[in-house]
Design a binder for this molecule. Sequence first.
Ligand SMILES: [Zn+2]
Length: 450
Amino acid sequence: MKEQIKVLKYYLYYKYFLRLRSRRCLVRRQARRIKKHLQYVSSCSVLYRGKRKLRDYPIVDKEFMMEHFQEINTVGIGREEAEEFAVRAERERNFLPKLRGVTVGLSSGTSGKRGIFLVSDEERVRWAGYILAKFLPVRIWEKCSIGFFMRADSNLYQSIGSNRIAFHFFDIYQDLEKHKKRLEKIYPDILVGQPSVLLEIGKDMEMDKLKISPRIVISIAEVLEREDEKRLKRMFGLKMIHQVYQCTEGFLASTCRCGTLHLNEEIVHIEKEYLDKKRFIPIVTDFERRAQPIIRYRLNDILVEKKGRCCCKSPCLALEKIEGREDDIFIFRGKDGKEKLVFPDFIRRCVLFAESEKKVKKEKWWENRENVVYDYRVVQKEDGGLIFYGDFTESEKGQIRQELKKLAEDREFVMPQVVFEKYECEKGRKMKRVERKGSVACKTHKAGVM
Ligand SMILES: [Zn+2]
């Protein structure tokens, strides 16, 4: 009960009391919080001892964090111990136990490297209050049912629940068929899941195989492509699909009431490493997390900045989208012999331009419906060749080649080998529309290591 009161306290704080009217106001608050936070970290973390100013901290990445796990965290938990604990929870599908009062979790890590996170009780209730303030469609004392599709449950998510707010975890490792009955029974007001799972649910709803009608749909864990977003809006009959950009390193961004994704700068400070005029790699400092300090942590995601102020008037930076992983930048051989880097978005466009033709030509019931998209994936193999997975017609294949050729001319790279295959999605893995396979890391800038 005490915990619920704390959640309520944070909910009220973030929803009603914290008013950041201008960017200046936000920056000033951040500076104050960071100063206070670093005072704590510099006295309690072995690795960061004595470091009082943010600029004194090195830029770190996942590898560094895992390597120095014990010296960084302030709760004295060793990496092996934490890993063993988290793996056991995953294996037994029992996510409630804590390790010496601390919630331990694993991050799946698309790049194959596993991350571990530690969250204290205080951080957990704060997180729950913040999430509820951001997304709860009703007031906190009204009834609400949340259906949550995830790889692993956690104490973290359970803290959202209360007498009024029912939180239901659905294990994505189990077949969706098995979940349907329960899903209809709980009839969620809020549905949370990764886009690939939401699309599956949406398809069943369209075919009348599943009768639910969530008021809010929140996409998590995978990149939400614009086409999938449109498709989900249509499937669920909603004006907006919310997005949560959250990883081991913190709750980084979420959608506002106008449908724009904003960085959660009330709780994180983001330094930007620009790749071009609007694309950047975020370097995150979370000034609320004490158990496992996240300071100047370089992610390998590419974010795209949105220019201009959002209609919600939030001073937090607006994003056009999360474009994907830095590792998924395609690498082609330039005509000058050098490597040419191409952002995932340009590859995506090659498929989408071809698809727009399809909409005009096909004479089926959905012919004139807007935003019809097809499942596709583009993978760059280690040898540089491309595989387009999808049910493309011959003419579409021709168009895709044509678009790619144009891109190759524009960007001056040698046209790679292209093959087309039937659409397939690897089950149990995060879905990525555009993906580069290969062991060579494409770091536009290597993270500095101490
Ligand atoms: Zn906004």
